[in-house]
Design a protein around this ligand. Structure first.
Ligand code: ARG
Length: 487
């Protein structure tokens, strides 16, 4: 029955003599290019576990409803377990002619168990099947990713505890602005990543809806029990409209967006790490294990991981755009365009996972150089606000205090002095209210420790924030050297 015109056409009959599962309606075959172009197997084979779990639940429900026999259901379950074991062990040969993972598994099942295998697809379509598989896959992917993000928050909280009193310059416009601590700076990132966790959890809640039973687009006439298959698969609800059930990909877009925001945070952090490693800053030094050298310049130690994380943020932003663009003009319900969803959402998850896998130990093992941070904080009139506040404490209105301090700063610049080295007489020439106490008031440690209102950089607040955010327990983490393999 196979007719071949040279290599142009691959007809419906496959290598083993069987027909493609949807071959019945076709008289002539499809071109090889059609088959290859339409196949999603190289991407969606990663869904095999979810596909098998979904099929088992579906078969169980069919049997419970009397739509297939109990014997068929048992044969199906056994056959699927065997297939899963073979794929796990790498003993399964995927055939691109099967088009996608759903047809791969179903046709192999029928090869293995015969008639019963052909009954599995009763009251189901690949359209609700793929929608189900993707939700199941992403549910697990969310859990794995959240565990990584929690680890990052923990590392940040731990480092923040260690550096709750390490003074560094805080910046606005990348100009030295006011003194803060390194711990406080790190806890800002902990806040961002905590929000990322919230976004992932939130998207996951909305995704927790089982589309099985939506069929191709219009449900089914069989007396199925959607609640049963949903609960077998651990869903808390079933989708409410069959058209939406098969064509909703909001959850992919929401998750990709949450991941894009997470990458934006990682990228900002990376940018700072790159700067902090430079000789211009030298606030930190990365561990040798997480840096690279130059092929020509012997002195170089490059923060490649941070740079690559910054670069890969762009990929994930692109994945969000891909998903939005794929979906934006699709009429209801399923369209083959949607097959492109998996490449994009898998790439987003894989990229973030990879980035975190390198980023977390890089941050965890970096050496902080407090003396350089302090030096930078001491040099740029970073305590000018506190000098003005000293005068406010003596009863001067803030605007007048601001002006007086501005004059002092100008004088310091003219005379090559700092607020710390400017003599008291000079202070008093500008404002009588100054006394010896000003030197203590402008000490960097005091500038930081007096900022006690909630959310501020006072060391005790940083310590408390760290504990609250991560349920911090210094003993929980094994010594760093044992965590990361160094070659
Ligand atoms: N491989 C397809 C996808 O990923 C599965 C659904 C195919 N449905 C169809 N009617 N062609 O979207």
């Amino acid at each position: 029955m196979a007719h071949c015109f040279g290599r142009l056409f691959w007809y419906l009959e496959k290598g083993d003599g069987s027909m493609a599962l949807w071959g019945g309606r076709f008289e002539a075959g499809v071109a090889e290019v059609t088959q290859e172009f339409g196949a999603s197997l190289p991407v969606d084979k990663h869904l095999y576990k979810q596909d098998i779990a979904g099929s088992k639940a579906h078969a169980k429900m069919l049997a419970a409803q009397g739509i297939i026999s109990a014997e068929d259901e048992q044969a199906i379950a056994k056959g699927l377990t065997g297939i899963e074991q073979d794929i796990d062990a790498g003993n399964f040969t995927f055939d691109i002619n099967d088009e996608d993972i759903h047809m791969s598994i179903e046709s192999e099942l029928t090869r293995r168990i015969g008639e019963a295998g052909k009954r599995l697809h009763t009251a189901r379509s690949r359209n609700d099947q793929v929608a189900l598989d993707l939700r199941l896959y992403l549910r697990d992917a969310c859990d794995a990713l959240s565990a990584q993000v929690k680890e990052l928050v923990l590392v940040l909280c731990q480092k923040a505890q260690e550096h709750a009193g390490t003074v560094m310059p805080g910046y606005t416009h990348l100009q030295r602005a006011q003194p803060i601590t390194f711990g406080h700076h790190l806890m800002a990132y902990a806040e961002m990543f905590q929000r990322d966790l919230g976004r992932i959890a939130d998207a996951k809640t909305r995704m927790d809806v089982c589309p099985l039973g939506s069929g191709a687009l219009a449900g089914t006439t069989y007396p199925i029990d959607r609640a049963q298959s949903a609960s077998l698969l651990g869903f808390s609800a079933v989708s409410q409209n069959s058209l939406d059930g098969v064509s909703d990909r909001d959850y992919c877009i929401e998750l990709a967006s949450a991941l894009a925001i997470l990458m934006m945070h990682l990228s900002r952090f990376s940018e700072e790490i790159v700067m902090w490693c430079s000789w211009e800053f030298k606030f930190i030094e990365l561990d040798d294990a997480f840096s690279t050298g130059s092929s020509i310049m012997p002195q170089k130690k490059n923060p490649d991981i941070a740079e690559l994380v910054r670069g890969k943020a762009g990929r994930v932003f692109g994945d969000v755009m891909t998903l939005l663009a794929v979906m934006k003009s699709l009429p209801l319900a399923y369209n083959k365009d949607m097959q492109e969803d998996k490449d994009a959402i898998f790439d987003a998850f894989d990229t973030v996972k990879l980035c975190l896998t390198a980023f977390i130990p890089m941050v965890d093992t970096m050496t902080v150089l407090p003396q350089n941070m302090r030096k930078a904080a001491a040099g740029g009139f970073i305590n000018a606000t506190d000098c003005a506040d000293f005068l406010v404490g003596k009863g001067l209105p803030f605007r007048d205090a601001y002006k007086a301090t501005g004059e002092l700063v100008a004088r310091c610049i003219r005379e090559g002095l700092t607020l710390e080295t400017l003599p008291l007489e000079a202070y008093r020439e500008v404002c009588e209210l100054f006394d010896e106490g000003v030197y203590e008031a402008i000490s960097l440690e005091k500038c930081v420790s007096d900022r006690t209102p909630l959310g501020g950089p006072a060391p005790e607040k940083c310590t408390r924030a760290g504990r609250a955010r991560a349920g911090f327990d210094a003993e929980r983490r094994i010594k760093k050297e044992t965590i990361y393999d160094k070659k």
